[in-house]
Design a binder for this molecule. Structure first.
Ligand code: NI
Length: 662
């Protein structure tokens, strides 16, 4: 079988031809049965060392990673296909029937079969009828196959199960989440296609019937007083795109995309005085978990790991129908594979554009009339994933002063619970009559394989502490910056602390900056919760990464995800807590900085029917990386000349906003 290798950069995502070729080679070589499905097909990426060799002229093999599951028996295999050689480099059966178990992510094709399995189960039919559902209602009932969590029950151990919850709808366009069928959970084995357990709670709560729809027909008279707002870029955008490579305002990076993480930024660097200086080798969000804080039948097990259990990339929105961005947009179409290994294009999956971002820097010197102001512009590289009820946007921003930012946008529809008339929901907030929203937390984890100025890096922790009164602090006004070097992995799991302004810096100790120090980038964290579930609860065991804000590991190509490789129905202990237990040296080493951040969500009426965007994220800021503010050379807007408005108060001469100062 001939392999197809396009003339690409080693970091480019697999092309359609490469995906088809990789699947064909694996199927042929291993004589795979027709019952095989492929939850993950992606580029097996070259390492920093591979790319260094590539720059010196080495040809790297194109490798495809394929996760293959036989849905007739659940046997699961990890394969690597060498597309350059046309061979299978490795094909390994995963011991998912042994502790700590784990399953490939849930596939879309399985969503479809779960509905039929549940609706044909007599126990489920009897249970929903107790709650007022009729035979006529059943065809329109919405079934949500939710990743199941793990509680050590026999039907969970080594099994490919989901827990399915149900919602009444009178019409296909109704918002089912307004009508939860409380106290009924079907546990479905995706291999046998059987309901292996049916929870029918003793407490019968009627289904809330008040409609809370959101289709535009529900709001036939939109507010009339909004005038058009247009972003005009008559000369186009300021970035250049060559395949997957982007350059903008001294920044240079490559766009990547994986089924699990979605958008990836590779080889992110910035040109400084004619030299391209690396900052981050690879940046992505590797996990997102939402543990719920309601102990009742429909909710206690809910803890969707949206990356590891579903795949943020697989569920990315195609923005063909109209984009969420304004301005001059560049879209990246992403080659992907369906569950059967068939390649297809995710049209417009990644959106890139520029945004005005207010003032970047400004000063007015009243003594000599110099008034200088520059506007900030940022490059936005984003995608949106819809995972069941929730919608998540992931927005990377690059700024002209060397700042990098990630902003996660949380929107969509909350999980809901039915509440009996006259009662108040005890596990969250009421959002409408007979409708509660369970309290929950959202935790993201960003993996930042750092590369500050190339070569090895060191991570230091800093915080501000008051200096005691003394000869060196006679007025009591002095405070110090306390610094701690993270030498080994177990030094690293750390919590943010706004009170002391605790922050972390990634520096290159092998290079000196303009003031004789190691050039670095600082991670600026937002106020962010940690997971509040008990440490030995199963969700905390499975999502241990969310117990700390900062983790640092020594790079290992096998350690890709904060929650480990297969968090679905996993007994726990994998991912970051396991990685750092090796306690490898991280001082002046090839380090990966992992940051957990998120949001604690106590539901309220304003969240329904669709929640306005909530934000979470972090910033990486140059800290001793450059010799000065690198954005001083930005051109002024408009007239551009200095205006002293005290001396020239003429309204005709207001090029720089002089009205503000008169
Ligand atoms: Ni929420």
């Amino acid at each position: 079988m001939d392999a197809v290798v396009a003339a690409t950069h080693p970091l480019d995502p697999l092309s359609l031809d490469e995906i088809a070729s990789a699947v064909a080679i694996l199927k042929d070589t291993q004589t795979l049965a027709a019952t095989f499905r492929f939850p993950i097909i992606r580029l097996e990426e070259p390492t920093k060392a591979d790319l260094a060799a590539h720059r010196l002229g080495d040809r790297l093999p194109r490798l495809a990673f394929i996760l293959a599951i036989d849905i007739s028996n659940g046997e699961t295999f990890e394969g690597v296909v060498d597309l350059t050689a046309g061979t299978v480099s490795s094909y390994i059966r995963l011991p998912l029937d042994e502790l700590p178990y784990g399953q490939p992510p849930i596939m879309l094709c399985e969503f479809e079969t779960v509905e039929g399995t549940v609706k044909s189960d007599p126990r489920w039919i009897a249970a929903v009828k107790k709650r007022g559902i009729t035979d006529e209602d059943i065809p329109l009932i919405q079934i949500d196959p939710f990743s199941s969590g793990y509680f050590g029950r026999e039907f969970e151990k080594g099994k490919r199960i989901v827990r399915a919850v149900s919602y009444w709808r009178e019409d296909i366009r109704d918002n089912g989440y307004a009508h939860p069928i409380e106290g009924v959970v079907a546990v479905v084995d995706l291999i046998t296609n059987q309901v292996v357990d049916l929870v029918d709670d003793e407490k019968i709560i009627p289904v809330p019937r008040k409609k809370r729809n959101y289709g535009r027909e529900t709001f036939p008279e939109p507010r009339p007083d909004l005038k058009p707002l247009q972003i005009v870029q008559p000369q186009g955008s300021s970035f250049t795109v060559d395949g997957w490579k982007v350059e903008w305002q001294n920044w240079s990076f490559r766009v990547g995309f994986t089924p699990r993480e979605g958008l990836v930024l590779h080889e992110l660097g910035i040109r400084d005085q004619g030299r391209l200086r690396p900052v981050v080798f690879r940046a992505s969000v590797t996990e997102m978990v939402v543990p719920y804080a309601d102990p009742t039948a429909n909710h206690y097990w809910k803890s969707a790991f949206d990356a590891g259990e579903y795949g943020l990339g697989r569920l990315a929105n195609c923005l063909e129908l109209g984009c969420d961005c304004l301005g001059h947009i560049h879209y990246f179409d992403v080659p992907a594979a369906d569950d059967f290994g068939q390649p297809f294009i995710m049209k417009n999956a990644i959106c890139m554009h520029e945004e005005d971002y207010g003032i970047l820097w400004k000063h007015y010197e009243f003594r000599n009339g110099i008034f200088e102001v520059r506007r900030s512009r940022r490059l936005v590289i984003s995608f949106f994933a819809t995972v069941g009820n929730y919608d998540y946007g992931f927005y990377w921003y690059l700024y002209q002063d060397g700042t990098i930012q990630l902003e996660a946008k949380l929107t969509g529809i909350i999980q809901t619970a039915a509440v009996a008339t006259g009662e108040t929901y005890p596990w969250g907030g009421m959002v409408d009559d007979n409708l509660g929203g369970p309290t929950h937390q959202h935790f993201f984890n960003a993996r930042l394989h750092m590369d500050v100025d190339g070569g090895d890096n060191t991570v230091t922790e800093h915080e501000f502490v008051p200096r005691p009164w003394g000869e060196d602090n006679p007025y009591g006004n002095v405070f110090d910056t306390k610094t701690r070097v993270l030498k080994r992995e177990l030094d690293s799991p750390a919590l943010a602390n706004g009170e002391t302004g605790r922050y972390w810096k990634v520096s290159n100790p092998n290079i000196q900056n303009s003031v004789g120090k190691a050039p670095g980038y600082k991670i600026v964290v937002m106020p962010s919760p940690v997971m509040l579930a008990q440490p030995d609860s199963t969700v905390a065991q499975r999502g241990g990464f969310a117990k700390k804000h900062i983790w640092v590991t020594a790079f290992d190509a096998r350690e890709k995800y904060a929650s480990g490789d297969y968090p679905n129905v996993h007994a726990g202990g994998d991912g970051l807590p396991g990685y750092v237990r090796q306690n490898r040296k991280i001082e002046n080493a090839d380090v990966v900085l992992w940051h957990s951040f998120g949001h604690t969500h106590v539901c309220k009426p304003e969240d329904f029917p669709i929640m306005p965007v909530e934000y979470a994220g972090f910033t990486l800021k140059p800290n001793g990386f450059f010799a000065s503010n690198i954005a001083m050379d930005l051109p002024p807007e408009g007239h551009g000349q200095s205006v002293d408005n005290r001396l020239q108060p003429s309204p005709d001469d207001t090029g720089n906003g002089s009205c503000c100062h008169t």
